[in-house]
Design a protein around this ligand. Structure first.
Ligand SMILES: Nc1nc2c(ncn2[C@@H]2O[C@H](COP(=O)(O)OP(=O)(O)OP(=O)(O)O)[C@@H](O)[C@H]2O)c(=O)[nH]1
Ligand SMILES: [Mg+2]
Ligand SMILES: [Zn+2]
Length: 333
């Protein structure tokens, strides 16, 4: 086949997959999940595979990027086993409070995408950073739509102050800026998973890397630049010239309160640590006297942009908590 499926190495097949699969087993990689069935690329080409119903109940449900063992029964392809994941993007299931939902697996790099056509909403970025760090993959921050940015340098330094030594690229699919640099971070068998808000420009980056319109994109709302949730499936796209793969995902919808709180504690633990030395236990780190956080900013020990992001996220969490409280109260009535 000319889609490269005959040789699974272009899809990232390597020793870790060979070692995990049973001897003589047919393996493939899940390219897309659709109502319980999967498009799986195998040495025989792309197959549509369901789950082996006997085993599937007890086992892990396959997600895009998974390596699976495939069996054939009466000409029907079935996935009998999901191989152990090297990396995974997970989030708390919004329906079930504590259950974890796996979104995608086995990528080498997570690209956190943010569009510079609007301000970085507080919390979203930090939450994606927590998700990306938990995934076990390398992280790159992709600030796109730089052609629409009011002040790209300022946005980049805010992001750098929060993300530490993670690489930050500024890109534009209009001017082509940064695309070659992003491409140079990929390569044969390498998978880049993109995460980010709806309308941030993830699918546009996929098309730019592919050099063709391989996936749909849609204009953001002109009023507030919010996206329209154009991409609905997580899909693995093979790049031409053995250039690796991009895993496109739909924009994350809701920022759960617990996720936001976790992001606050994990991304800004140093600020909270400083805050424990303020005069007032409930110091808001604003105009209070003897505020250790303000003092650290003034002395240059702490980055002012970093503290601004922390305060914005803290306010966002407080507002969300109040909204949830109000909702709970009106439900009770
Ligand atoms: N000016 C400019 N517009 C861009 C750029 N990248 C994306 N856009 C536009 O931003 C809008 C949203 O882009 P998409 O790629 O559909 O965004 P997405 O992140 O895939 O959104 P969802 O699929 O809804 O999660 C489209 O109108 C794109 O044309 C860019 O670099 N510059
Ligand atoms: Mg999209
Ligand atoms: Zn304080």
């Amino acid at each position: 086949m000319n889609d490269g499926s005959g040789d699974l190495r272009v899809w990232g097949y390597g020793d870790h997959v060979a070692g995990a699969a049973g001897a003589g087993a047919l393996v493939g990689r899940v390219v897309q999940v659709d109502r319980g069935e999967c498009d799986v690329v195998t040495p025989d080409g792309m197959v549509r595979a369901g789950s082996d119903s006997v085993r599937a109940q007890a086992e892990v449900a396959p997600v895009t990027g998974d390596w699976v063992q495939v069996t054939r029964q009466d000409g029907v392809a079935l996935m009998s086993r999901v191989l152990p994941r090297r990396t995974a993007l997970t989030r708390r299931d919004p329906a079930e409070r504590d259950a974890e939902q796996v979104l995608a697996a086995n990528f080498d790099t997570v690209g956190i995408v943010a569009g510079l056509d609007r301000p970085l909403p507080p919390g979203r970025f930090e939450r994606m950073l927590v998700m990306a760090r938990d995934s076990g993959a390398e992280i790159v921050i992709l600030l796109t739509k730089v052609d629409r940015a009011a002040d790209a340098a300022a946005a980049a330094s805010t992001v750098r102050a929060v993300a530490g030594d993670v690489a930050v690229l500024t890109l534009s699919v209009r001017s082509g800026a940064g695309i070659d640099e992003l491409r140079s971070r990929l390569g044969p068998g390498h998978t880049l998973a993109l995460v980010g808000a709806s309308g941030s420009g993830k699918s546009s980056l996929v098309n730019a890397l592919a050099g063709a319109e391989v996936t749909a994109t849609a204009a953001v709302r002109s009023s507030d630049r919010r996206g329209r949730h154009t991409t609905i499936a997580r899909r693995l796209v093979l790049l031409p010239g053995d250039g690796g793969m991009v895993l496109d995902t739909p924009g994350v919808r809701a920022l759960g309160l617990t996720d936001a709180q976790e992001a606050l504690h994990r991304v800004f633990s140093d600020i909270e640590e400083h805050g424990s030395r303020c005069r007032f236990a409930d110091c808001a780190h604003g105009a209070e006297p003897d505020c250790a956080v303000s003092a650290a900013v003034e002395s240059g020990e702490m980055d002012a942009r970093r503290v601004e992001r922390f305060l914005a996220l803290r306010d966002e969490i407080e507002q969300q908590r109040l909204r949830e409280e109000r909702r709970a109260r009106s439900r009770r009535r």
